[in-house]
Write a protein that binds this ligand. Structure first.
Ligand code: ADP
Ligand code: MG
Ligand code: MG
Length: 877
């Protein structure tokens, strides 16, 4: 038979799934012999049953009654007994901590009779008893009976006037209880329930229900906590911090959650109960001052904190109460901390001999490392916030507003910091994005062009700030409240929060980036990062490469620890002034004209490759032959049409217009691109291969790998491979020839494809797009937020690789590819290559390397190291 209730003596810290974090840790502390009031936990399984069926499971009430009776026996009093009452708290507590999101009710068991018994217990302390009673009605009314909490607050406030709550006397508090009971009657049409067991029963259900309170739902979505876990409920014998000045309640950390430094961090409030200490009703005192008030409790607390740290081998946070000089522990958990503290604490614990360096690697996350790599705004200064968009690419950027790429490049050239503001960006804005300190758009989601490109460059970006009206023509934007920002005005954008500020907010640099750039570690944080990164590099099996298209990116990739380039895109080599040549290629009317256009491109491409090979100094460079449809390089259809219609166009414009119309595609992502271009346009791929080979000849030690995109069938690959292999042989250059696996068919026929490929690189952006049938640019903005709300997926499959679908295709391709060619090299070069969970997947799938943007390399190195510890999850929430 199912067991739904566990006494604190029956549980332990590893039962969080069942008992929730609070219950599991209360049990753990009980078993450590720490002073925890008696209690028991109703499992989250019971909650799930209740939420699904609308009723508690059979047998629960009986089990609860049995545990309550046992507790009563032990305490020598019964719940709510008139002359000597046992009181309890009914507390929520889910697997993952959701601070303040769900409900707790204290002082259950009080009514008009037992309030006198409570006073007697406390040596005739009427004030204390009535204070506890009014708290019960207030909390119960709000959380169980759903009464607006303001009503109680108002009644209390008007009674207090300018006084503190501790100044209220017994008679006043008794009057307040009457007022509160009146509020309950008015609001619910019923009397406050006097029966203690009924109070408890109702409170348990209210805690179950609080799992689905709107704020709890919102919090879960943000923190990516699954919606179906439910909460456990803890019934705990009450101890009282509100008996008088020899009592009180407090919270503490075993070390500083901001910096990780050891010491005594906490707050204490005399003569108070529960939430008072964090609710800010009176001024708390620093925990150190407790030593003066109650030395023996203070010393005991410090001993317990040490015990807990040594036991959990981590920073703990705790809640405690002192009742007339006796210390009680009410909660502990491994505490949340900042990214910086996480690294410092992990290595401190190694030095203390509490954990191994390997464990330290698992205690920090790639997300935390990423946070440490972005510059930040100084938190101490005042800011004027004018809008909030999506936090597309973290960091802090300050600069003068510009509205065009050209202006961005111009001002940046004069040494100015600029923020590029656009409605949305497109590939032509690239130069401006590179020149700018940050990018702000009023449209588009986290995977819009601006966001993706900015993240790739490690550049701060806020996108989709819809409150802003951007007028490119007038060179200004407006924000709510009639704020007008003109070109040249200063703004500050926070890519970590999505906030936009007027004027200049001071920025502080990231020491961690300086370290990756080569500076010797010179503070505790950087030393901690250094130790953990070194160990991660030692243990990881996955190689880490970079997606880099320019010598600058390539050089940064090497400094950041990249071991080669996994994706060098060649399309940017067709932009700018070279568009002209692409136009010539498209308009070429015969073999001769086409070859002339290609011949003109070849030396330019060769020079590009020379630069990259040089920067990589003998590390492998995977060059992807041209991938996007050619019409992406041609002028815009509307612009051209207008130009031609108004008679401004010349002969070439008219021809181009024809070409643009001819090349127009309904579905460019599924159209004439990738290997298809190579097969349809004679000489195009051959030109690129020749440029690569010539460049390789010029740079000693260069290791090119030629990658064919968008292959679906081995026949496609065969055709272009043969031509490429011929060129390489003619020029006497050695290079691997491989393919991307980015269509489902390529994955499903990987055994055949591998016959013609020396390596596979999974292009998981396209593979996700085609596996789900999502047109990425359309769906993300249109309905992904709705999909997330509906729980269709917990996270966008473009952000984190979808293991069940896309991952399955990868696994099939890995197995069948390797079966056909045992030395097949395997990598991934989609954006997923820098995503922590996806890196873990790649490790498990047996890939040889991941490739990601240069700025994500340290993250991928760390996560690859963490993945090597099989038991380690990609997050440590
Ligand atoms: P939360 O999860 O929001 O922190 P808790 O269940 O921890 O809620 O309870 C809220 C407050 O009440 C905490 O300060 C806690 O220490 C206090 N509290 C809970 N149970 C008891 C009890 N049995 N005796 C005294 N104080 C309690
Ligand atoms: Mg708590
Ligand atoms: Mg692709």
């Amino acid at each position: 038979m199912a067991k739904y209730v566990y006494d604190f003596t029956e549980g332990n810290k590893d039962l969080k799934d069942l008992l929730g974090g609070k219950g599991a840790n209360l049990a753990e502390m009980t078993n450590l012999g720490l002073p925890v009031p008696p209690g028991f936990t109703i499992t989250s399984e019971a909650c799930r049953h209740y939420l699904a069926e609308g009723a508690v499971p059979d047998g629960l009430e009986r089990e609860v009654a049995e545990h309550l009776t046992a507790m009563e026996k032990r305490m020598g009093k019964t719940l709510g007994q008139a002359d000597d009452p046992l009181l309890v708290s009914v507390r929520s507590g889910a697997k993952f901590s959701m601070p303040g999101m769900m409900e707790t009710v204290l002082n259950i068991g009080l009514n008009d009779e037992s309030v006198h018994g409570l006073a007697k217990q406390a040596g005739g302390n009427d004030r204390f008893a009535w204070d506890s009673y009014r708290r019960l009605i207030q909390m119960f009314g709000k959380t169980v009976l759903d009464i607006d909490g303001e009503l109680f607050e108002h009644a209390l406030e008007s009674l207090k006037g300018d006084r503190q709550d501790t100044d209220l006397g017994a008679a006043e508090l008794q009057g307040l209880v009457e007022t509160f009971k009146g509020i309950v009657r008015d609001e619910t049409g019923k009397d406050f329930p006097a029966d203690p067991r009924e109070q408890m029963r109702l409170a348990v259900m209210a805690v179950f229900d609080s799992w689905n309170a709107p704020r709890a739902i919102l919090y879960r979505r943000q923190e990516r906590i699954p919606a179906d876990l439910g909460t456990a409920v803890n019934i705990v014998a009450m101890v009282f911090g509100n008996v008088g000045n020899d009592s009180g309640t407090g919270v503490a950390f075993t070390r500083d959650p901001g910096s990780g430094q050891q010491g005594i961090y906490g707050d204490y409030l005399q003569n108070a109960q529960g939430e008072d200490v964090v609710a800010g009703i009176r001024n708390t005192i620093p925990l150190q001052e407790l030593e003066r008030l109650d030395k023996s409790s203070y010393d005991e607390l410090l001993r317990i904190m040490e015990t807990l740290e040594n036991h959990y081998r981590d920073l703990c946070d705790i809640e405690f109460t002192i009742e007339r000089g006796k210390l009680w522990m009410l909660q502990t958990r491994v505490g949340k901390r900042t990214a910086a503290a996480a690294f410092c604490i992990a290595t401190q614990l190694v030095d203390q001999g509490l954990i191994t360096l390997d464990e330290a690697v698992t205690r920090v996350t790639g997300d935390q490392l990423a946070q440490l790599m972005f510059p930040r705004f100084d938190s101490g200064t005042e800011k004027k916030k004018i809008a909030k968009g999506m936090n597309a690419s973290p960091g802090a950027a300050v600069g003068k507003v510009v509205f065009s790429s050209a202006r961005a490049v111009e001002l940046a050239g004069q040494g100015e910091d600029v923020i590029l503001v656009r409605r949305e960006t497109n590939p032509d804005d690239l130069s401006g994005m590179i020149a700018a300190r940050g990018i702000l758009t009023s449209r588009g989601g986290k995977t819009s062009h601006a966001a993706v490109v900015a993240r790739g460059m490690g550049k701060t970006c806020v996108c989709g700030a819809e409150e802003l009206e951007v007028s490119i023509g007038e060179r200004r934007f407006t924000a709510p409240g009639d704020i007008v920002v003109n070109e040249g005005d200063l703004i500050s954008i926070d890519g970590t929060t999505g906030e936009v500020f007027l004027g200049e907010v001071p920025v502080v640099d990231s020491a961690v980036v300086e370290y990756f750039e080569g500076r010797e570690p010179d503070d505790d944080l950087v030393r901690a990062v250094d130790r953990i990164m070194r160990r991660a590099d030692e243990v990881r099996r996955l190689g880490v490469r970079a997606n880099a298209d320019t010598p600058d990116d390539a050089a940064r990739a090497r400094r950041f620890g990249g071991e080669g380039i996994g994706l060098c895109r060649t399309e940017h080599m067709f932009l700018g002034e070279r568009r002209q040549l692409v136009e010539d290629l498209v308009l070429a009317s015969g073999e001769e004209e086409r070859q002339a256009a290609l011949d003109a491109l070849e030396p330019l491409q060769k020079a590009d490759f020379v630069g990259i090979f040089q920067a990589m100094e003998g590390q492998p460079v995977t060059v992807r032959l041209i991938d996007p449809p050619l019409h992406e390089f041609l002028p815009d259809l509307t612009d051209l049409s207008v130009k031609v219609a108004t008679g401004d166009g010349n002969d070439k414009d008219r021809k181009l217009l024809g070409a643009v119309k001819r090349l127009h595609e309904q579905n460019p992502m599924l159209g004439l691109r990738g290997v298809r271009l190579g097969l349809v346009i004679p000489g195009l791929f051959a030109m690129q291969v020749r440029a690569i080979a010539q460049a390789a000849k010029e740079v000693p030690g260069a290791k090119p790998e030629i990658m064919i995109p968008l292959v679906s069938a081995v026949q496609e690959l065969e055709a272009v491979r043969e031509e490429a292999a011929g060129i390489l042989a003619d020029l006497g250059v050695e290079a691997l020839i491989g393919t991307m696996i980015e269509t489902p068919r390529a994955a499903l026929t990987a055994g055949q494809v591998a016959e013609a490929a020396q390596f596979f690189s999974f292009g998981t952006n396209d593979l996700t797009q085609m596996t789900w049938g999502f047109s990425r640019d359309d769906v993300e903005a249109a309905f992904f937020s709705r999909y997330l709300e509906l729980g269709m997926f917990g996270v966008s499959p473009f952000e984190t690789l979808d293991r069940d679908g896309v991952g399955r295709l990868v696994t099939i391709a890995v197995e069948e590819g390797r079966a056909a060619r045992p030395d097949l090299k395997l990598g991934i070069c989609g954006e997923h290559g820098g995503d922590p969970d996806s890196v873990h997947f790649c490790h498990q799938a047996g890939l040889d390397y991941v490739s990601c943007s240069p700025f994500r390399i340290p993250v991928a190195r760390l996560e690859a190291g963490r993945a090597a510890f099989a038991e380690c999850d990609s997050d440590t929430r």
